[in-house]
Design a protein around this ligand. Structure first.
Ligand SMILES: Nc1ncnc2c1ncn2[C@@H]1O[C@H](COP(=O)(O)OP(=O)(O)O)[C@@H](O)[C@H]1O
Ligand SMILES: [Mg+2]
Length: 246
């Protein structure tokens, strides 16, 4: 289980300063979230950690190894699900594993074994266009799960879903993760979602993004959707909204 360690990260696109002195440490095996306003640099931070963008300043490490230009250290689910329309469900599920060097037959076996848990059983030969929004996101998550790297970066995976489907996904994701020891860095702009899923929530400032609050969440897991009604939960939500300026 790999610790995610970001220190003094800064980045500018042309004249646009996007990240400024971003530091965060998520211990191995924890579920950490980042909440922040639109365009504050959340996806940019994740792209640095995914090894896809070289930052101007600072360091980003996973398990003590620099991620700069090293895409294979983490499994990364970008903000757009990027399913390949010309591959069937099973072919999309195995993509991350195949890119990570796992043989196709073995990747298919691993994906097949998880179809049920990801709510995709019976849809192995369907095309992505035949899936509901929730199924598409579960498929994109399955692909991320099957990549060889066990540290996962998830960029607003439930952002496009309706509230009811999102609530189902929260319960489902907790049950899927409950069986695994994974380090997860999860981006959302939904404070309630962050509190429900995370061991720790980081708040980012408006652009240029930096970490302005770091809130541990200690409720026992898994957390039912009703956990949001507890007074302590409401207090933490107010604290996070206060940090966000809302
Ligand atoms: N490759 C890029 N070139 C120029 N500007 C970019 C690029 N990627 C992101 N930006 C800009 O950087 C800012 C932060 O983007 P992003 O990290 O996607 O924000 P967030 O995910 O928090 O909404 C935005 O203003 C966006 O337009
Ligand atoms: Mg984003």
């Amino acid at each position: 289980m790999s610790t995610i360690d970001v220190r003094g990260l800064g980045h500018t696109f042309g004249d646009l300063r996007v990240l400024k002195d971003v530091s965060l440490q998520a211990p191995g095996g924890t579920f950490a979230s980042i909440v922040g306003p639109s365009a504050c640099g959340k996806s940019t931070l994740l792209r640095v950690l995914a090894g896809l963008l070289v930052p101007d300043e600072g360091t980003a490490e996973v398990g003590g190894v620099s991620t700069v230009s090293r895409p294979g250290l983490v499994s990364y689910m970008p903000q757009k699900d990027l399913l390949l329309p010309w591959r069937r469900v099973l072919g999309n599920a195995t993509l991350g594993a195949e890119v990570g060097g796992i043989k196709r037959a073995e990747a298919k076996r691993q994906a097949g074994a998880l179809m049920e848990r990801f709510g995709l059983a019976g849809f192995e030969r369907a095309w992505p266009s035949q899936l509901s929004g929730g199924m598409r996101q579960r498929l994109a998550l399955l692909r991320t799960f099957l990549a060889p790297a066990k540290t996962m970066l998830l960029d607003e995976p439930f952002g496009a879903l309706d509230a009811i489907t999102r609530r189902e996904m929260h319960g489902w994701l907790q049950s899927v993760l409950g069986a695994e020891q994974r380090t997860v860095l999860f981006i959302t702009h939904d404070v309630e979602e962050a509190l429900l899923l995370s061991d720790r929530v980081y708040v980012m400032s408006p652009r240029p993004g930096r970490i302005i609050a770091d809130v541990p969440v200690t409720f026992p897991k898994p957390r039912p959707s009703g956990a949001v009604l507890a007074p302590e939960f409401i207090r933490l939500k107010a604290e996070l909204l206060g940090a966000l300026g809302g």
